[in-house]
Design a binder for this molecule. Structure first.
Ligand code: HEM
Length: 364
């Protein structure tokens, strides 16, 4: 707006300057046009945003940790000790990074299942689903590679077990495990590789997938679950993405960040004794909670199942479940009621199995 004296206020000048160069009005128009369906399951729509804010926290805290962390077997553990005890707020940044990583994986798993049960993978959102699966895999890989970096006894032996299991995968398993290790043993080569994968390869992968994911969500808008879509048009309720849903999103982020800060401060992340590759593995060693379910499941399988080695058989079964989640948008397209029911039933069984095996693994 131009004032009587002919001057534009500063903020208007700035907006006009930007609008002359970038299509701000178009972006605002898209955000205002986007609407969020209001129904009894609408709260699940907040999970993607919570995952995104936790990811942002991971990037910032990760960069800060890199300033002091040394990816060498002779110095890694000492550098974490220094971060914990000598660097100002070092313990806080490290604890924030670890808690936020765990919270992010938990939230992403919930987001995966909520979009699964709402059938949001169906046309036209197949690629949104697949980009999400890529990010789920990347999040788990972040957890696996990051766990070794402090080089304490638990992280060393948990990584050893993880790589041993991975090496049993058919065809690529042993080559992949050997490439990750940089040989037959966990050594300096392993920590160098895990560090590069953790701070360069995975961030690039997730950034690409995240941009694609969010762009597709903007283009397609939020999906409408069937029970909502079949209501008469007049009965359906929506709210505008901008500003209504967006400001609630910010409120939910604040709540999530509060929970994260409480965990960070009340339960600062610990550090075990330095890894000794020649010592015996600590008794009852377990992987992180998000790998407990497959770990526990594989422990149940006898050494041989018919002519096949037990662990290989278990890995093949788990791969089948994974494949179902990859191909579900092509299987359950929304045209067959029986396929829709099968997909829901598989989801329920997998969710119950995941929860039960994780609890069992944690308690045993
Ligand atoms: C770092 C991980 C992820 C981030 C930051 C993220 C972010 C988001 C955001 C902000 C939305 C829009 C709001 C919402 O529906 O929650 C969304 C939607 C969606 N996400 Fe994700 N997501 C991630 C992982 C995943 C995973 C693992 C899957 C499943 C394999 C997935 C599948 C979807 C689908 C299908 C939608 C569309 C939902 C709809 O239209 O109703 N996302 N995601």
């Amino acid at each position: 707006m131009v004032s009587e004296s002919g001057h534009r206020p500063k903020t208007n000048k700035l907006i006009a300057y930007i609008e002359d160069r970038l299509p701000i009005a178009d972006i605002k128009h898209i955000a205002e046009k986007k609407k969020v369906p209001l129904h009894r399951h609408s709260s699940w729509y907040y999970l993607g945003g919570i995952a995104a804010i936790l990811f942002a926290i991971q990037v910032v805290t990760g960069i800060l940790l890199m300033v002091y962390y040394v990816p060498e077997i002779s110095a890694a553990h000492a550098s974490i000790l220094k971060i914990n005890s000598q660097v100002n707020f070092g313990w806080f940044i490290r604890s924030l990074h670890s808690w936020s990583a765990n919270m992010m994986i938990f939230v992403v798993i919930l987001h995966l299942f909520s979009t699964y049960f709402m059938k949001a993978y169906r046309k036209p959102r197949e690629a949104t689903w697949w980009s999400g699966l890529v990010m789920m895999g990347v999040c788990l890989a972040f957890g696996f590679t990051g766990y070794l970096l402090p080089w304490d006894d638990v992280s060393f032996f948990a990584t050893k077990i993880g790589l041993d299991v991975a090496s049993k995968m058919p065809l690529i398993g042993s080559i992949m495990a050997s490439m990750l290790r940089g040989g037959d043993l966990i050594s300096q080569a392993t920590i160098s590789r895990f560090f590069v994968i953790h701070v360069a390869v995975l961030p690039l992968l997730i950034a690409g997938a995240l941009v694609a994911h969010i762009l597709m969500v903007q283009v397609h808008g939020i999906s409408e679950p069937k029970f909502f879509a079949k209501q008469p048009e007049g009965d359906k309720k929506y709210e505008k993405f901008f500003p209504d849903f967006f400001f609630k999103d910010i409120l939910v982020w604040l709540l999530a960040v509060n929970v994260l800060f409480a965990l960070t401060m009340l339960f600062p992340w610990g550090l075990g004794p330095e890894a000794d590759p020649f010592a015996a593995a600590p008794i009852g060693i377990k992987p992180e909670w998000y790998f407990l379910a497959p770990f526990q499941f594989l422990k149940l399988i006898p050494p041989m199942v018919g002519p096949i080695e037990g662990e290989l058989f278990g890995i093949l079964l788990l791969s089948l479940v994974g494949a179902f989640f990859v191909f579900v948008p092509l299987y359950d397209t929304g045209h067959s009621e029986s396929r829709s029911k099968t997909a829901t039933a598989v989801g329920i069984i997998v969710l119950i199995a995941l929860t039960a095996f994780s609890i069992w693994g944690a308690m045993s």
